[in-house]
Write a protein that binds this ligand. Structure first.
Ligand SMILES: Nc1ncnc2c1ncn2[C@@H]1O[C@H](COP(=O)(O)OP(=O)(O)OP(=O)(O)O)[C@@H](O)[C@H]1O
Length: 347
């Protein structure tokens, strides 16, 4: 396998305006929970598109809607201009393959056998042909094996063809999943967290493998939490938050979007302690450490009558309101109360 970088896409699929995948208005509800809401997404020929979002944002549910594991409550999914049937084997047959967040190999089958299983949607031989093992069946079998070996070469697993899948290191199991998905000869490959649990070298190898897949003319849609991986890899990134697509664009655009930062880190709330409050707390702490007399207490704004601020009495005992303790209470606790109130409001 050769290392490649972002290259010009292959020609667009005829009659689709370049879209390989078009998910239109996809909504998925589980009872009262809307896991995916009205999501529009396209993947163009030759593109690598990333789908990111915090835990529980609806990414895997959306993948399941694309691949026929779930029937979306609303919306349609088209591949190369044709609406996909809501059955996973028919979606695979149409040309959309996927890997799973949790590895789903046949653990007690060999590496080669796992890839051969992935070819079943592309072989025409039926039960009788298999039982009789006529010339047609034997030709199909040897063609399948040759193609499976090509894919093992491509993914760097050829030397392990006869190993049991369960004995492969983790990174190679993930590669084998990709090889098996490619065995169905897809035009679009969906990868659900392909680098989960990988070390940096394995992640780098996966990045090179995905570029190589794309260079074979296969479009890729990838879910991943590793932002460095996503932003290095993708031509375009879409961000899901609470089931809705909030931003979509180039990695540069997405990285600098405040809504994305807020979705991952949370937004600052009004009344958050600022510089003045921080200085006040620092001064109070310094005073406490040196055991010098307390500065004048902050005026009581909550109706307390003990001169230490009403909020102090809600968190401490009477002992806390002595000369030193009294000064710790008001500023710190007022800030704390505000934060708790704000958090309560957010919930
Ligand atoms: N089969 C189901 N039945 C009910 N609720 C579900 C089902 N599948 C997913 N959900 C809920 O839908 C929401 C989205 O889950 P989903 O697994 O799609 O998120 P995700 O973005 O893939 O999360 P993660 O990054 O953690 O894998 C969550 O609240 C989840 O609990």
């Amino acid at each position: 396998m050769t290392t490649t970088t972002k290259t010009a896409p292959p020609p667009a699929a005829p009659g689709t305006g370049g879209n390989v995948l078009h998910a239109s208005g996809v909504t998925m509800r589980f009872g009262g929970l809307t896991a995916v809401r009205d999501v529009e997404l396209t993947v163009d020929s030759g593109e690598i598109v990333g789908l990111i979002g915090p835990n529980g944002a609806g990414k895997t549910t959306f993948f399941n809607c694309l691949t026929g594991l779930y029937v979306p409550t609303e919306g349609t999914v088209s591949y190369k201009g044709k609406v996909l049937p809501p059955k996973s084997h028919l979606v695979t047959k149409a040309g959309v393959a996927r890997t799973f967040q949790n590895i789903r190999l046949f653990a007690n089958m060999t590496v080669l056998e796992n890839v051969l299983v992935g070819r079943h949607t592309r072989t025409k031989e039926g039960l009788w042909s298999a039982l009789l093992r006529g010339p047609g069946f034997r030709k199909a079998e040897s063609d399948s094996e040759a193609r499976a070996m090509e894919l093992l070469e491509f993914t760097g697993l050829a030397a392990k063809r006869d190993h049991l899948a369960r004995n492969l290191p983790y990174g190679e199991q993930r590669k084998l999943e990709i090889a098996r998905a490619l065995a169905s000869e897809p035009g679009l490959l969906l990868l659900d967290e392909p680098t989960a649990g990988m070390n940096p070298q394995e992640t780098q190898a996966t990045q090179e493998l995905v570029f190589a897949v794309r260079d074979q003319g296969i479009a890729v849609l990838v879910i991943e939490h590793d932002m460095r991986f996503i932003f290095n890899l993708c031509d375009r990134v879409a961000v899901l938050v609470q089931g809705e697509k909030i931003v979509e664009g180039t990695p540069e655009v997405v990285q600098s979007d405040d809504r994305v930062v807020a979705a991952y880190l949370g937004t600052p709330f009004e009344g958050e302690p600022g510089e003045a409050e921080a200085q006040e707390v620092a001064a109070a702490e310094a005073h406490h450490d040196t055991d010098t007399p307390a500065p004048a207490p902050v005026p009581d704004t909550t109706g307390g009558t003990d001169g230490t601020g009403g909020t102090a009495s809600t968190t401490g005992t009477d002992d806390d309101t002595g000369p030193g303790g009294g000064t710790e209470g008001p500023a710190a606790d007022q800030a704390g109360t505000t934060r708790a109130e704000e958090e309560g409001e957010k919930k």
